[in-house]
Design a protein around this ligand. Structure first.
Ligand SMILES: [Zn+2]
Length: 317
C-alpha cells in the first residue's frame, strides 16, 4: 500500500486515514444524504496545521470473499448485479441510485478493511473517512448502510489476522443493530452500543451491551454511558477496537436527539483515545453519522475527531 499524493509518506507517527473521491461522487447529486461532507472535510483537514501528521490513503475495492465473512451470498450477488428490488433500495435510502454506488460501496468497505489491517500490523489509531455502516444486516441493508464494514472488519481480523478478541464500540446516536445481529453468536467479538433510546432503529436489536440514553440527555449523562461503555470494552481485553464515532448525537443534528455539544463530543473522543492508549489497544475509527443542518456543525465535530485522532496516535510511538 502506498500513500497517494494527498498525504505525506507514512511514518510510525502518521495517522493513516483512508479516503476516496467516490465517497462523495458515488452518491447521486439529488440524494438527500449530505454527500459533500467527505470532500469538504478532507479540504478542511488539508488546511489545518496538523495535516503533516496525516497520511491519506486510497482504498482498493474489497473482495467478494471478504464481504461473505459477514453477509449472505445471495444478497451480495443481488447488490453487485444491481438486482435489488425497489423496496430493498428504499430501505437503504441514498436514493436515487447511480451505478457508481457499487464502486463506492466496495471502496468504502475496502477502506475500512485496510485501516483495520494497518491497525493490527502497526498498532495505534487508524481511520476510514466514511462508513460505520452499522445498520446493514447479514442479508439486507437499511438506514444508509449496504454492507456492514464493522462486522466484516471484525471477522476479517479474527479469521485472517489471528486476532482473538475484537470489541465494537459504537457511540453513534443510532443503535448498531446490524452489527449486533450479525455478530450475535460470535463469542470472539463484543458489541457495545450507546445510543438514544427513541432514535432509529425503532425496533432495537440486542447487542452484548446496550446503553440507551434518554433524549435531550446532554453532555454529562451521555458521558456517563460512554465511560460505562469503554469499561465494558476494556474488560473484554480486546486486541482490537472498532470505534463507530458518529457525531449525530450533536444538539444541531437533524436525525439525532441527544443534545451533546461540540465540546462534549470532543471529550467523548479524547476519553476513548486515552483509554485505548493506556491499554495499548489498536483502534480503528469508522466515521459514522452526522446530519446537522447546516452540515457545518457535523463537519466541525468530524474535524475534531480526526485531528484528535492524529494527536493521540502520535502518543503511541
Ligand atoms: Zn447515526
Amino acid at each position: 500500500m502506498t500513500p497517494n499524493e494527498l498525504g505525506n509518506a507514512s511514518t510510525n507517527q502518521s495517522f493513516n486515514l483512508w479516503y476516496h473521491p467516490l465517497y462523495t461522487d458515488g452518491i447521486h447529486v439529488e440524494a438527500r444524504f449530505p454527500r459533500e461532507r467527505y470532500q469538504i472535510l478532507l479540504n478542511r483537514l488539508k488546511d489545518s496545521e496538523q495535516f503533516h501528521m496525516f497520511a491519506i490513503r486510497e482504498p482498493r475495492q474489497i473482495s467478494k470473499d471478504s464481504l461473505l465473512l459477514a453477509h449472505d451470498s445471495t444478497y451480495v450477488d443481488e447488490f453487485l448485479e444491481q438486482k435489488l428490488s425497489e423496496k430493498e433500495m428504499r430501505r437503504i435510502g441514498l436514493t436515487p441510485w447511480t451505478p457508481k454506488m457499487i464502486d463506492r460501496t466496495l471502496c468504502l468497505t475496502g477502506g475500512a478493511l485496510e485501516a483495520t489491517i494497518h491497525a493490527v500490523e502497526y498498532g495505534g489509531i487508524t481511520g476510514n473517512m466514511a462508513g460505520g455502516t452499522h445498520h446493514a444486516h447479514r442479508d439486507f441493508g437499511s438506514g444508509y448502510c449496504i454492507f456492514n464494514d464493522l462486522a466484516i472488519s471484525a471477522m476479517y481480523a479474527i479469521e485472517k489476522l489471528g486476532i482473538k478478541r475484537v470489541a465494537i464500540l459504537d457511540l453513534d446516536v443510532h443503535q448498531g443493530d446490524g452489527t449486533a445481529t450479525i455478530l450475535s453468536n460470535e463469542a470472539r467479538t463484543r458489541t457495545i452500543s450507546v445510543h438514544c433510546s427513541t432514535n432509529f432503529p425503532f425496533r432495537k436489536s440486542i447487542s452484548d451491551f446496550d446503553l440507551p440514553v434518554e433524549p435531550k440527555a446532554g453532555d454529562e449523562l451521555f458521558m456517563e454511558k460512554v465511560r460505562e461503555a469503554v469499561e465494558q470494552c476494556v474488560d473484554f481485553q480486546p486486541e482490537l477496537v472498532l470505534y463507530q464515532a458518529g457525531v449525530d448525537g450533536l444538539e444541531q443534528d437533524h436525525l439525532g436527539k441527544l443534545c451533546v455539544t461540540r465540546e462534549g463530543m470532543q471529550e467523548r473522543n479524547q476519553y476513548v483515545f486515552e483509554k485505548m492508549l493506556q491499554n495499548r489497544i489498536p483502534t480503528v475509527i469508522f466515521m459514522g453519522g452526522g446530519y446537522s443542518k447546516p452540515i457545518e456543525h457535523s463537519l466541525d465535530s468530524f474535524y475534531d475527531l480526526f485531528i484528535d485522532a492524529s494527536i493521540w496516535n502520535n502518543r503511541w510511538s
